[in-house]
Design a protein around this ligand. Structure first.
Ligand code: GCV
Length: 720
């Protein structure tokens, strides 16, 4: 009889070993390095397993294409893993799950869904439990291969979240057409504002060697409906447009295609000079126009489904049409004309801010772009969620209510440039929900950002959303295991802009961390409270951009050494003996006027302005009475303390989850939470000590005494 030896040398029987393994499977949770993201496909442990095994005996994937092959692979590994038993995946009639299109599946044809499926569009799908000759069949149908793939992932999600599949009645289509991840990846493998290792694109080895990880990246994206990836940094290197790099880009596009992901490239506006040897990049110059047409044709020959160009122009030193005294519309439209014959698009970024003395950066994009409403060819203007730059909290960007004749898509930052890098747990869905739910009042009450974005308000044809990716070569993709949830949430919100952070968080936790309901509840609480907490300990009450220059990790509200005023925190908080905050009302920069009535009036009125934006719009006296009855100074200090308290409570909650989550991720997340606590304390102390030099007031009761002196906080940046 086979036996295994413990260190003691004592012998145990194989039966005992099998029992040991079996009980381990029940009682312990296996180590996990996070690589599989939310597609772990671990065997389910609850009663649902019996029900699923009963229902899912065999699967027929009826269709022949690379996408259908991907569906077969996914359903085969997914169902086998979740159900803990191999499942036959073929294409034979009589299966208990059938996937296909009307033209590839006799059963789906028989169901006469063709019109309904067309109505659901090229990415939509239907999942129904139907009766077929005394059998119950789950049917996953679409009018396209990619729609069927999305349906298959939805079905797997139902299993992963242990949802009943007895009477499925699901019709789905995405709210937005473009759901794109923007990668700020440089050609040397580094990632601007990337905190999870190096770029996933190994340019040196491409196109010959394809890293299998690219397939897993594509799977993960397809599972949440992301259908585009802009591969390179918006601070673009023109080399990406050379034949050498385009061959590499084409190789990536080939991997992504079966998963419904198109590639986009960031185009450097001066590329005609840098790689085309022209003397100008003037968008109205005929040689320049011809150069872009030829370049675009060259790209489409290699990549027939190329998405188009993403452009950062005349911003932070990047070249653009303004360099030639042309407008943003001139530049964008020239490129749009080049891609139009190929059905490509140009995504023009609205992140433009000039450096003029005495101006308000928050109003710059509006000033630069709003006058061109209606003048852009069918491009898409990509606008950051807030008017400054991905701060922990900003009011929505006023452009969302101000360009009804322009197609606009929001740009989110999934990577946490201003939110503690990959060290701080911040579930961004809450912040994005806040943004999408904001009322622009542009066509009266209930003109929410989400309605501008999904085209229901201004009838824009091309709708979309982009997120600056938080992925990298780290084994767990995002540096912090919990921050995978932000990648997941981005995709889920892009698919369905009205979905709730609660639902997204719960799904993600059940798919990724645990099915234990008590643990799910605790982790949800952590995730859903995390955004407010980070705002509390970094930039409460509308403060913004208090970050250490350059890297933007820790606090440096005293920072005043950058050559541009608007790169210095002192420009934003304007603390003085009277008070603190940026006056954006009529008595100040008046950029509040970029919002519509009656929001503009509400923001302008110090007594009606929501307190979370108070210091964004007003310069407020330290003694100002807040809604709580406390002074502004006391309230500010208590917010900082509240943020710290939250991290401490969260660490205590996390400690109770030992054994509920595998040891590897449990420990790794615990370590990150310890860093978060250190940083939250540092933020509180550094900011309060510094602001106290103006307010000259004592810390209120309940706020801890700082651990160090202001001089010490100023001397050295917080390390990450
Ligand atoms: C890619 C901020 C960031 C830059 C980024 C820029 C942008 O300024 O600090 O790293 O550049 O935004 O969005 O273009």
């Amino acid at each position: 009889m086979a036996s295994f030896k413990r260190q003691t040398g004592k012998k145990y029987s194989a039966k005992a070993f099998a029992l040991f393994v079996f009980f381990c499977g029940i009682t312990c949770v296996k180590a996990d390095d996070g690589y599989r993201l939310w597609l772990r496909y671990e065997q389910l442990t609850k009663q649902s397993l019996t029900a699923y095994r009963e229902r899912i005996k065999s699967i027929a994937v009826q269709g022949q294409s690379a996408t259908f092959d991907a569906i077969r692979r996914e359903l085969s590994s997914g169902c086998a893993g979740l159900l803990g038993t191999p499942i036959v995946v073929g294409d034979r009639a009589g299966a208990s799950v059938v996937v296909g299109l009307p033209q590839t599946s006799p059963l789906i044809r028989k169901l006469r869904w063709t019109t309904d499926l067309k109505r659901l569009g090229p990415e939509g799908y239907r999942i129904r439990t139907v009766k077929e000759r005394n059998r119950t069949v789950v049917v996953i149908a679409s009018s396209t291969d990619v729609g069927a793939l999305y349906g298959a992932f939805h079905f797997l999600r139902l299993l992963q979240t242990e949802t009943r599949i007895n009477d499925l009645f699901i019709d789905q289509k995405p709210d937005l057409k473009l759901r794109i991840l923007d990668h700020w990846d440089n050609l040397d493998g580094s990632i601007e504002r990337g905190y999870a290792g190096k770029s996933l694109w190994n340019w040196a080895e491409l196109p010959k060697h394809i890293d299998p990880r690219l397939i897993d990246y594509a799977r993960a994206n397809a599972s949440i409906g992301v259908n585009g990836a802009a591969l390179n940094n918006v601070n673009a290197n023109a080399q990406i447009l050379t034949p050498e790099y385009l061959a590499k880009v084409a190789a990536i596009a080939n991997v992504f295609r079966p998963y419904g992901i198109r590639v986009y490239l960031s185009a450097r506006f001066s590329a005609p000079i840098e790689i085309g040897k022209l003397s100008t990049a003037d968008p109205l110059d005929q040689t320049v126009i011809k150069w872009w047409i030829a370049k675009t044709d060259e790209i489409y020959k290699l990549i027939p489904d190329f998405g188009g160009f993403l452009v950062k122009a005349n911003s932070e030193g990047q070249p653009g049409p303004r360099t030639y005294n042309r407008t943003h519309a001139d530049g964008a439209n020239m490129l749009a004309a080049a891609v139009a014959p190929h059905k490509g698009i140009v995504i023009w970024r609205a992140f433009v801010y000039d450096n003029k003395p005495g101006y308000d950066r928050a109003g710059a994009a509006y000033e630069n772009l709003q006058p061109f409403d209606g003048k852009f060819a069918p491009n898409v203007l990509q606008v950051k969620n807030g008017p400054i730059d991905f701060q922990p909290r900003e009011p929505f960007h006023p452009l969302f209510g101000a360009m009804p004749k322009t197609q606009m898509m929001p740009e989110f930052q999934i990577t946490q440039e201003y939110l503690g890098f990959s060290n701080h747990l911040v579930f961004l869905a809450s912040m994005w929900r806040e943004f999408l739910s904001s009322d622009t009042f542009t066509a009266g009450r209930d003109s929410r950002v989400a309605q501008v974005v999904d085209g229901t308000l201004f009838r824009q044809r091309l709708t979309g959303i982009a997120g600056v990716a938080n992925t990298g070569s780290d084994r767990n993709w995002t540096g912090h295991d919990m921050l995978q949830a932000n990648w997941y949430a981005f995709g889920r919100l892009a698919w369905s802009v009205y979905s709730s952070p609660e639902q997204i968080a719960e799904e993600w936790i059940r798919m990724t961390l645990t099915h234990d309901s008590n643990a799910v509840g605790k982790i949800m609480k952590m995730m859903l409270g995390s955004h407010e907490a980070v705002v509390d300990y970094m930039t409460p009450l509308g403060l913004h951009h208090l970050f250490w220059g350059g890297h933007h990790y820790g606090p440096a509200p005293w920072w005043d050494t950058e050559k541009r005023d608007d790169w210095n925190p002192v420009y934003y908080h304007k603390a003085d003996a009277f008070g603190i905050g940026f006056d954006r009302t009529k008595s100040g920069s008046n950029t509040v006027s970029q919002y519509h009535f009656p929001l503009r009036e509400e923001f302008s009125d110090i007594d009606r302005c929501p307190e979370e934006f108070l210091l964004w719009f007003h310069h407020v006296s330290w003694d100002h009475k807040m809604k709580s009855g406390r002074t502004l100074w006391d309230e500010l200090a208590l917010h900082y303390q509240r943020g710290v308290d939250w991290v401490r409570e969260t660490r205590a909650d996390w400690a109770t989850l030992a054994g509920k989550i595998d040891e590897e991720r449990y420990t790794a997340i615990g370590k990150k939470l310890a860093i978060q606590e250190r940083d939250a304390v540092w933020w509180r102390d550094a900011c309060l000590l510094y602001f106290q030099t103006f307010s000259k007031k004592p810390l209120p009761e309940g706020v801890e005494k700082p651990a160090h002196t202001l001089a010490e906080y100023k001397a050295k940046a917080l390390e990450w």
